[in-house]
Design a protein around this ligand. Sequence first.
Ligand code: FAD
Length: 466
Amino acid sequence: MRDIAALKTALEGLKIEDNPALVKQKSRDFFWYSPVLKRELDHVTADLVVSPRSEAEILRVLETCYRHDVPVTVRGTGTGNYGQAMPLAGGVVMNLAEMNRVLKISPGRLVAEPGAILHDIDVAARASSGQEMRMHPSTLKTASIGGFIGGGSGGVGSIRWGGLRDIGNVLRLKVATMEERPRLLELDGWDLQKVCHAYGTNGVITEVEIPLTAAYDWIDVIVGFDSFERAAAYGDDIGNRDGLLLKLVSPIAAPIPQDYFLRHRRFIPDGRHICLVMVAAHALGPLLAVTRRLGGEVLFRSDTAEDTKGLPPAYELSWNHTTLRGLRVDPGITYLQVLYPYPNHLDLVSRVHAHFGDEVLAHLEFVRFDGNITCFGLPIVRFTTEERLDEIMRIHEDMGCVIFNPHRYTLEEGGMKQTDEVQLAFKREADPKGLLNPGKMIGWEKPDFDFGSRRNYLFPGLQPAS
Ligand code: FAD
């Protein structure tokens, strides 16, 4: 039996929250995007939220919780979509919102505390030295850098720079272990793979160093097409043009823009499929020349639109913001995460969407993946039952797609359906009692789990619904 009162006494002097309503608020993320996770995790809550203000306080929380056998789940700002930051077994949520300082900016690099908000990082880098981050999730304004590295994968900028875990896209991390005497480790090079996208299951990132690139004025352009195939082919074409500096290329099928992009829909005629583009100001002319040649119609340009007041930036229509805008209008939808492998990605996209028709609406994000331009999909699914959702994913896989299942809370099921042995080995070293974010790494909880069975993993320690 956990003695939370004793833990609280031992943590005296730290910023602690134990009001159940506030603790529950800080125990949640955007898990409710998934009807499956909503059913499984809605009741989950921690016992306490502790908000350290320094590295020394992080170490004290880890040491004390280790001594009291209490799990610790790290939280940035809780914008993850798969319950990553939810404390499945209760215990402490370690909220890093107060550790939000940008510490150092120099040519090509920036050092920050883990709770720094991505938008603040970009503002500071731009103001001090005309630089910006290489990539960010569409949650630029709300997500933290520690949460992006711990739980994200890429996003706006990935068309140029690839994914967050690609070597070079994070330079150095300082990581605290959860042991009798927590250590601070400096990781770089391939060692970064130990904790990048590990959901905080094997260490707490206490400081990050990331690369910067030159900042540009980015212009939002929306290009319209009469078929989705042409919008997708356009995205592929411009994504492959090496001389065009782009930050976002997102083909989206009708009627998603008309039904869900409430502020932009006045620019988008009925039935028109679109491609969202963010282009550097100096590359706009060449982009427009390519667009004319490919028969696209420019529906919107942020540099010339007469009234842009109240319009969100294009990146807040893209990536998982597309889904969010859909959910706000129609809570009955959900989504998938799909990779259409290079080089047959366009053909695969066509075949998949011809198969499903209106049940699965196309939304692509072009990215550089292992050196090639290909596309991820975050299609909108008209949800009926969990069985049908599983069947839709199975059909995608049978047709040759890779599914990153957003309706599962474990690293493996949300990823490549296999345990990352490097992350597992690091967990053995850095978290011997298995107290960091329990339930998220199947390789630790149930090494003989059979991924081929297609059964989903249910963490036995998941706290019961009361
Ligand atoms: P949290 O949700 O708080 O945490 C994420 C994970 O990282 C958790 O497992 C947490 O335990 C762990 N973690 C947090 N801080 C640390 C730390 N210091 N040390 C170790 N582990 C830590 N993701 C993308 O990759 N690209 C997108 O474009 C994108 N778009 C999104 C759009 C919407 C509308 C939403 C709701 C989500 C989107 N996401 C996207 C998912 C999410 O926003 C990103 O993963 C984001 O970067 C998470 O940051 P956060 O601070 O909210 O992290």
